[in-house]
Design a protein around this ligand. Sequence first.
Ligand SMILES: Cc1cc2nc3c(=O)[nH]c(=O)nc-3n(C[C@H](O)[C@H](O)[C@H](O)COP(=O)(O)OP(=O)(O)OC[C@H]3O[C@@H](n4cnc5c(N)ncnc54)[C@H](O)[C@@H]3O)c2cc1C
Length: 326
Amino acid sequence: MKSTDVLIIGAGISGLLCATELKKNGRSVCVLDKGRGCGGRMATRRMGAARLDHGAQFFTVRDAKFQRYVDEWLDAEVVREWFRRAPYDSRPEGHPRYCGSAGMTDVANYLACDLEVHRSLTVVQVERDHGQWVARTASGAEFRAHHLVVTAPLPQALALLDTSGLDYAGSALSQLRAVRYERGLATLAILEGPSGLPDAGFVKLQDSTLSWIADNQAKGISPEVPCVTIHATAAFAEQHWDSTDAVRGRLMLDSAAEHLGARVVESSCHRWGFTLPINPYPEAYFHNHDLSLSIAGDAFGGERVEGAALSGLAAAAALVDDFDGV
Ligand SMILES: Cc1cc2nc3c(=O)[nH]c(=O)nc-3n(C[C@H](O)[C@H](O)[C@H](O)COP(=O)(O)OP(=O)(O)OC[C@H]3O[C@@H](n4cnc5c(N)ncnc54)[C@H](O)[C@@H]3O)c2cc1C
């Protein structure tokens, strides 16, 4: 069994940026993800020839460290500005909203190119063995490393770490367990013609059913096929979590109809168990030096893509210091 300096569970933005920074600093890193693709909640789906951003729709940048990465992605044409001004902006000049050039997964795919990433592997158990971490997957594979970083949504990360039987977080455990996420529903719909959505092709809503509709064709990721991503409010997602797709999908499409200029010809509805953390942990990551364990992701220090990215970068910086004996 090969051993690396660091094993990272989760190939979302936090895990991939953590891995990238560690590799830049000379560490051997292996990333595992249960998904068929990378990116986690920065997800792009295909429906025939249509391409739709299914989870995160865009990201913003406030921090200089993250901006340096985004500048590299802009130069490499991995991301581009989708829009700068929205009707709900407080500043009239707005600020850049970035998206993947051909979908939000582009960022993850770009980062993964330079990394050892194993997909379609669900880690079901972790344990300490002879001073190392061992991760076992549902398919029976084992991965061994000196240090473990878990970047799954926090409740999933804790459930996985519980399998170690270790007291891995001491007095911080109750605060980690207290972090809650909103759940979400996304309906992806192919249209007969252009959506007619205003501006750059999106509308942010405050009604009881929907929070967002985006036109993936106007966004530029589905040039051939007009199609929209429709997100429900957290309240509607809770109310209809156990409804059938026929019921909740229909209700979402009925609410969207007044905003759309074309008939829906095909649709599918999906559940998101974790969208945004309601009460993020107040630090940028959790680190247990004695157990060589870190937990990172959007539950730490700040929600959304940038928060997750900064959490992964901060966890990597702390680990580099650990390895260097600082
Ligand atoms: C519907 C929706 C809309 C959103 N809209 C926006 C938006 O417009 N702008 C914005 O900035 N943010 C948005 N977000 C939030 C944003 O997507 C997340 O904050 C960010 O992508 C989280 O990144 P992460 O790396 O922390 O976690 P994730 O992206 O969730 O990555 C965690 C990874 O861990 C993997 N994993 C979990 N358990 C295991 C296991 N046992 N074994 C192996 N792998 C495992 C998962 O497959 C996943 O790939 C949205 C999220 C959703 C769901």
